[in-house]
Ligand binder design. Structure first.
Ligand code: SAM
Length: 243
């Protein structure tokens, strides 16, 4: 973990964090997005350098993803996502104090941001398939004082506990589709925020559960995905015959 032991280091971290938030706010403004005050406050509060391993302070507060695990070929297996993206998805989720939130894909930092927004009555559960990542996230969360976050190691394609539901589910791993478990775990009126990849583009979708089904609310383009997809020009859709 980055050593931030002197008063100067603490001040430098706070200044870099403030600069990162200004960049995120400016990006939101340029795109016509709203950065909710609760999310901005969380970004100003959570010490990101406690979640970025040995990275120096400048690197820890870049407005960019920070890779925390690579495979033997050097491919990224896990990261602390880019803060502009986390801020955008938290805004899309319209989180409120007191809500129960499930984060899919753990890095620790985003779970801490969510905890800042929903506390004291709300709860945060984060789930990751890789035990190395959940161990690391748990350690970082404890070190940063967010020991109330529940960290689970399991495949998020499966239901965590039958009957348990959340007011919001935020998926932080690129997805091709929505597994049935995500709908099953979403409370009525709850929001699922998920980066869906289609035709080489990733769009962060907001899907709301209504009458037991998901309704698409809106989406924001958030990346090109990690493989260059075919650029598809598609004709307007034809209504499918009634089932
Ligand atoms: C971008 S990282 C998560 C970033 C994190 N939310 C943060 O604080 O920035 C994506 C994570 O998703 C995890 N993941 C991939 N497939 C998964 C699955 N089926 N179930 C649970 N976790 C999964 C990976 O192990 C990886 O750690």
């Amino acid at each position: 973990m980055t050593d931030v032991s002197t008063d100067n280091d603490v001040e430098e971290a706070a200044a870099l964090r403030a600069a990162m938030v200004e960049q995120i706010a400016a990006r939101h403004q340029a795109l016509g997005l709203t950065l909710p005050a609760v999310v901005e406050r969380a970004l100003r509060t959570v010490p990101r350098h406690l979640f970025t391993g040995d990275a120096d302070l400048n690197t820890a507060y870049q407005n960019a993803a920070h890779v925390t695990k690579r495979n033997e070929l050097g491919k990224s297996m896990s990261s602390v996502s880019a803060p502009w993206l986390q801020a955008m998805m938290l805004g899309q989720a319209r989180l409120k104090p007191g809500e129960r939130v499930l984060e899919i894909g753990s890095g620790g930092y985003n779970a801490a941001l969510i905890q800042e927004v929903v506390e004291p009555a709300g709860s945060v559960t984060t789930i990751d398939i890789d035990p190395e990542i959940t161990d690391r996230a748990q350690r970082c969360l404890m070190d940063a004082g967010y020991d109330g976050v529940e960290v689970i190691c399991a495949d998020a394609e499966d239901v965590i506990e039958p009957g348990r539901t959340f007011d919001a589910i935020i998926v932080t791993v690129g997805s091709w589709d929505v597994p049935p478990a995500w709908l099953a775990q979403l409370a009525e009126g709850g929001r699922l925020v998920v980066p869906l990849r289609t035709w080489g583009l990733t769009r962060s979708w907001v899907l709301e559960r209504q009458d037991g089904a998901l309704t698409g609310r809106h989406h924001e383009t958030c990346g090109r995905g990690d493989r260059p997809g075919p650029r598809v020009r598609h004709p307007p859709g034809r209504a499918s015959p009634a089932a």
